[in-house]
Design a protein around this ligand. Structure first.
Ligand code: FES
Length: 508
């Protein structure tokens, strides 16, 4: 096969040291003619290739990225390429949602003795990239600022009238606190006005009086659990001297809605928390509201809200002396409209009756995903560029995420490796979001906290929804946070993957 002629393009290759790098070497020793576009980065194993490597290359100007490792069952470290296969397939299917043609990324397997096959692979892939031409640059994309509307249908009736079992819940918490085995219990209390709730840390039975339950219990309590467990462990160590036995820490109590409990279950699945370290208080959720939508109904984001009351699906808000009546159907969060798990499945105490949703209820697809699906690749890139122009890098999306437990050592803040610089560019800001989305692949429970926390209204949750769709397809409908005994898909592998095809680049 002849060397491709014309202008070289930028193709980055991540090659496993033990097989594909050897295969490229074999091809070179045999003087097999190859295109010269490929810039090879040698890695110890294809399992070392974090999907962020190819993604960073593609966002930084590469026209194509090729990953090649040992054939399945031949990995020098026995299973590195099995793990890689799942992650790289995820990446390939993820690229279109951000406007990158998935044909610009490929992964394959070439052994050290397959010099000829390497020549075919690299030639076919280079040929493919030349046919596609230079990749569009994210920074040059035509920005799109449109946003789709909210969902309109509900999988169940929502209610803002409060829960009659609140007193029962409060008594359960008081009894547990009085028993002395809890460090604290986290729930919600009214914030600076009646439509804003804030976390409530109940340490004494009398603190429980401030607990609220209703449409303003918006924040995820799962978000706080790892820090509170650490706090309980630190408290247990107070006064302990070197050589003393380590005393057991008290449990941390947490009040949960269905979506919060999914976060806890996912943390249990990943062994980021110990089931014995938490005591879960649950109650059925009738839906939560978007405070932005309430303020939009009032028509004045600076309005002073003095009272709020709910009955059935009608919420009455008194702001600046005027009463506003609104329907839950108009002000509910989108995630609540589509929620099929309003009651926790894992708990120690349950107050009242569980709220259920019909098994066969079909949620309306997320409006943002339907909108993104309707765009071309170039338009999707422009959409994200338009959105990222508003990003102020406050990291609220990450800080609100129940699954982002390594905040102090987040790679997005790291200087080594230096994934994201301090440059105020759309590409940098977008890459931070991509790090977040890919770190949540197979883990995101869809709690929507990232969307809610964003102060400038960027629908960053769409990136996680895309990974969620891919994970569901690749792993037979897998849903994070629903089964405490399930192994998260990217922490495992199958030798024969049912839904991941072999990619035969050499026949391209
Ligand atoms: Fe080559 Fe693991 S050592 S893929």
């Amino acid at each position: 096969m002849s060397v491709l002629t014309g202008k070289e393009l930028r193709i980055v290759g991540f090659l496993c040291n033990w097989c594909s790098y050897g295969g490229a070497d074999t091809a070179g020793v045999a003087r097999a003619t190859q295109p010269t576009d490929l810039r090879i980065i040698r890695v110890p194993c294809s399992g070392r290739v974090n999907p962020l490597f190819p993604l960073k290359a593609l966002l930084s100007g590469a026209d194509g990225v090729l990953v090649s490792g040992c054939h399945p069952r031949d990995c020098h470290y026995s299973a590195g390429n099995f793990y890689a296969r799942r992650r790289l397939e995820l990446l390939k299917e993820f690229l279109p949602i951000i406007g990158i043609n998935p044909d610009r990324f490929e992964y394959t397997w070439v052994s050290a003795s397959e010099g000829q096959r390497w020549q075919q692979v690299v030639t076919a892939f280079t040929d493919r990239i030349h046919k596609l031409g230079p990749a569009p640059r994210f920074k040059d994309a035509e920005p799109i600022y449109d946003l789709p509307g909210a969902l309109t249908s509900l999988v169940r009736p929502l209610d803002c009238g409060g829960n009659p079992a609140l007193d029962e819940l409060k008594q359960q918490i008081r009894d547990a606190l009085a028993d002395g085995h809890l460090h604290c219990v986290v729930g919600w209390q009214q914030g600076y006005d009646p439509i804003h709730a804030t976390p409530l840390h109940m340490r004494k039975p009398e603190d429980v009086d401030r607990l609220i339950w209703g449409p303003f219990n918006i924040h995820s309590t799962a978000n706080m659990i790892t820090q509170l467990i650490k706090e309980a462990q630190d408290a247990a160590m107070v006064g302990v001297k070197r050589g003393d036995p380590i005393p057991p820490a008290k449990k941390v109590g947490v009040v949960v809605k269905g979506c919060d409990s999914k976060g806890l279950v996912e943390l249990l699945q990943e062994k980021l928390i110990d089931r014995n370290a938490v005591e879960i208080f649950a109650m059925g959720c009738n839906g939560t509201v978007s405070t932005d939508r309430i303020l939009a109904k009032i028509g004045n984001t600076a309005a002073r809200v003095s009272a709020v009351s709910g009955k059935g699906d009608t919420l009455t808000v008194t702001a600046d002396g005027t009463e506003y009546t609104m329907s839950m159907n108009d002000i509910a969060q989108d995630k609540c409209r589509a929620c099929k798990m309003p009651s926790a499945k894992v708990y120690d105490h349950f107050a009242g009756e569980p709220v259920t949703v019909a098994e066969d209820a079909v949620p309306e697809p997320a409006a943002i995903m339907a909108y993104l699906d309707s765009l071309t690749l170039d338009q999707r890139m422009g959409f994200w560029k338009g959105q990222m122009e508003r990003c102020i890098r406050c990291h609220a999306c990450r800080n609100a995420c129940p699954m982002c437990v390594c905040r102090e050592v987040c790679v997005a803040d790291s200087r080594e490796p230096h994934w994201v610089t301090q440059d105020d560019t759309v590409t940098n800001k977008f890459f931070f979001q991509l790090i977040h989305a890919l770190h949540l692949a197979g883990r995101c429970t869809g709690c929507g906290e990232c969307n809610r926390a964003c102060p400038v209204g960027i629908p960053v949750g769409a990136l996680k929804m895309q990974t969620g769709r891919i994970v569901q397809r690749l792993f037979d409908g897998y849903q994070p946070g629903t089964d405490a005994d399930a192994i998260p898909p990217f922490l495992g592998y199958e030798v024969e993957e049912k839904n991941i095809p072999e990619h035969h680049i050499e026949r391209a």
